[in-house]
Design a protein around this ligand. Structure first.
Ligand code: MCA
Ligand code: AMP
Length: 520
């Protein structure tokens, strides 16, 4: 049986000329393919040399990583695969309570954090039984690289089967705590191989990488896409619309969440001429407004290809790349839709009773395929709840599929806000607010926002006799939660609207506050 290690497949796609450039960074560094090969071998050797059990209950050690974006952070991801360990990326915005939960839940053997956070992260990690905490900063400093420098630059990727665990991605829960979606080498590789073909990756393609690398979009879709095609990446440490636009003449592919497109459209430098060398602009992670889709076409002459995915499934549907697509004879990229089920992905729409809905009717989107995760880390009951009896995964997204097969997402049955491409779960924030002094109850709702697409607004009710200060509440939340989860506005109200069953009617609140951030 050939090795199914995802790293081996990515390594096999490196170009023959290992001295050509694989990554160029926006701060003037260049990495060759040989550099990537050697550096991943050294870090993999370091991981393998640590005094930790190679597997417990059949699961390899987890490597939890909360570091700023850098090429070395990508190297750490690839090295983790290469060593046969399990990668656990964490958003850099997460604060101590959030990190404490992830580390306690995943029990990583290795934690890698920034030098700045070492004191508090290592305290949490050692208390949870982690054996090794390393640091890695975005200027190539830290103990991880210092230790890896002493390791050999040759290493044979650890033998893996397709269903062996490769990564755990935490997705917040609509109720209760975050769940770790378990993705296998086979989930990730099958999706990447299919997308290489579906999106027409070709020789000479150059990707602008401007997304964070702790979520599916930047870590898997973008990096796997470029590596599997042996394509150079122009690496942006942080998204800056001006810098991305300046790089367009040297690139062919760009991937972004809708906020990135909105921000680039605000730049006069974005013109047809500037984008003339580009082959493909891809958007996903959040709904792309038709207005943005149309404006982009007018300004650049390019039609954005919108696709849809999840942490649990990687990519599910996509608008077609080719005008005469050979997969389904598809023809156009249609704004407002997320395109067709990708090859090998089953998509069906069901009503609340689980029965099929008529073509074009709205219902719950369920999916199946080699790309779909095996379950949530140590949560068999939650896993069982999210799959149907006949094995389809319930996405929590609500949508329809029309007669031609285009899928449109119209909403979500899960109480989730997607803000600038990040998921914000109202239940988590309400959980914190409701325990603050003087708070009787609260509701967080998502409302339209011109930059982030959608943002959270808090409505809080005081306990009898208590006086609440909205700024104080927001300040207290900031001390506990990642910054992107903080409601952009907070209102103190006398009561929450409820239906006859006593359930808070969030739709009424959304309606009430929907014009709060109107551009006008
Ligand atoms: C930053 N802020 C935000 C967000 N980002 N608020 C709401 N939503 C956000 N996404 C807040 C900060 O808290 C801060 O507030 C203020 O905005 C400025 O912060 P700053 O860090 O300067 O913002 P930024 O660097 O300009 O970041 C905006 C961004 C970033 C570039 C749009 O959010 C981003 O990179 N988003 C991409 C997320 C992503 O990759 N998602 C893919 C998930 P204050 O000043 O008050 O503190 S993967 C996925 O969903 C699936 C599987 C899929 O289909 O791809
Ligand atoms: P995550 O939990 O971060 O993996 O986010 C997955 C969710 O993002 C999906 O369930 C959808 O609700 C949403 N999503 C991803 N891509 C799109 C898109 N193109 N349009 C609308 N929603 C999207």
């Amino acid at each position: 049986m050939p090795n199914q290690n995802l790293f081996s497949a990515l390594r096999a796609a490196f170009p023959a000329d290992l001295d050509s450039i694989a990554v160029e960074t926006d701060n003037g560094l260049a990495y060759s393919w040989r550099d990537l090969d050697r550096a991943t071998a050294m870090v993999a050797n370091l991981l393998q040399s640590l005094d930790i059990p190679k597997s417990r209950d059949g699961v390899p050690p987890r490597v939890a990583v909360q570091v700023e974006k850098s090429v070395e952070a990508m190297v750490l991801y690839l090295a983790t695969l290469r060593a046969g360990f399990v990668f656990l990326p964490l958003n850099t915005a997460y604060q101590s309570a959030e990190i404490e939960y992830f580390i306690g839940n995943a029990e990583p053997a290795v934690v890698v954090c920034t030098g700045k956070n070492f004191a508090w992260v290592s305290q949490i990690a050692f208390q949870a039984g982690t054996r090794h905490v390393f640091t890695l900063d975005d200027d190539r400093s830290g103990s991880l690289l210092a230790r890896a420098a002493h390791c050999s630059d040759r290493q044979t990727p650890v033998q893996k089967r397709a269903d062996d665990l490769a990564a755990i991605l935490y997705t917040s829960g609509t109720t209760g705590r975050s769940k770790g979606a378990m993705l296998s080498h086979g989930n990730l590789l099958s999706n990447a191989v299919m997308l290489k073909d579906y999106w027409g990756w070709e020789k000479g393609d150059v990707l602008i990488h401007a997304l964070p690398i702790f979520h599916v979009h930047g870590l898997f879709v973008a990096i796997h896409g470029a590596l599997l095609n042996g394509s150079k990446m122009l690496w942006h440490g942080k998204f800056d619309p001006k810098k991305v636009i300046a790089d367009l003449p040297r690139a062919t592919v760009f991937m972004g969440v809708p906020t990135l497109y909105v921000r680039m459209l605000a730049e006069p430098a974005l013109t047809k001429q500037q984008a003339a060398h580009m082959r493909l602009f891809i958007s996903g992670s959040a709904p792309l407004l038709l207005e943005t889709f149309n404006e982009w076409r007018e300004r650049t002459g390019h039609t954005i290809l919108e696709r849809y995915g999840m942490s649990e499934t990687i990519m599910l549907t996509s608008n077609p790349y080719r005008a005469d697509d050979r997969y389904q004879n598809q023809s156009e990229r249609r704004g407002g839709t997320v395109g067709f089920p990708l090859p090998g992905v089953g998509v069906r729409v069901r009503d609340d009773a689980g029965q099929p809905v008529a073509e074009g009717e709205i219902g719950n989107i369920q999916v199946m395929g080699e790309n779909v995760f095996s379950g949530y880390w140590r949560m068999p009951e939650k896993t069982a709840e999210e799959f149907t009896a006949d094995g389809w995964f319930k996405t929590g997204d609500v949508g329809l599929q029309d007669a031609r097969g285009y899928v449109t997402i119209v909403g979500r049955s899960k109480d989730l806000i997607i803000s600038g491409g990040y998921n914000v779960y109202p239940a988590e924030i309400e959980g914190y607010l409701n325990y603050m002094p003087g708070v009787a109850e609260s509701a967080i709702v998502g409302v339209p926002h011109p930059d982030f697409g959608e943002v959270g607004v808090a409505v809080v009710i005081a306990k009898p006799g208590a006086r609440l200060d909205a700024d104080g509440l927001v300040g207290a939340l900031k001390a506990k939660l990642a910054n992107f989860k903080i409601p952009k506005r907070c209102f103190i109200a006398s009561e929450l609207p409820r239906n006859t069953m006593g359930k808070v009617q969030k739709n009424l609140l959304r309606d009430q506050y929907k014009a709060l951030f109107d551009r006008s």
